[in-house]
Design a protein around this ligand. Structure first.
Ligand code: THU
Length: 141
């Protein structure tokens, strides 16, 4: 499958930025947005949703993934992620946490392109296989 163009990646990042505005993060004050693209070109966005009991918190990536899967979409090519503390510009890109890497691996395997962005003009990309080497997935069980 052909890689997205730079403009398509930038659009995915902008959708992640928009989703980030919906984050519910009163405890960490770190807000995250994600935009997940399916193989047929649909885009599902998500934000982190925190909880006073802390452990029910859902990351932006899993929000996007679960929205897609719950609508019957299970194959993906790319995910864009943006995150920062409220009111700050992040020095670092936000990579998916370990739980999200595992959740994504279940559906995407190692080929998913993970776009970790500060802005639409400043991002790095890695495959999920690079972020989760020797990942344990459906083929392993
Ligand atoms: N978070 C995400 O939503 N995605 C990540 O990739 C990293 C962490 C959220 C979880 C929590 O609400 C806040 O960021 C601080 O960890």
């Amino acid at each position: 499958m052909a890689a997205l163009t730079r403009e398509e990646k930038q659009q995915l990042i902008r959708l992640a930025q928009e989703a980030r505005t919906h984050a519910v993060a009163p405890y960490s004050r770190f807000t995250v947005g994600a935009a997940l693209r399916s193989t047929d070109g649909q885009i599902f966005t998500g934000c982190n949703i925190e909880n006073a009991a802390f452990t029910p918190t859902n990351c932006a990536e899993r929000t996007a993934l679960f929205k897609a899967v719950s609508e019957g979409v299970t194959h993906f090519t790319d995910i864009a992620i943006v995150g920062a503390r409220i009111g700050e510009i992040n020095e670092l890109v936000t990579g998916p946490c370990g739980v999200c890497r595992q959740a994504l691996y279940e559906f995407c395997g190692p080929s998913l392109n993970v776009i970790m962005a500060k802005t639409p003009d400043d991002f790095i990309e890695r495959t999920l296989g690079e972020l989760l080497p020797f990942g344990f997935g459906p083929a392993n069980i």
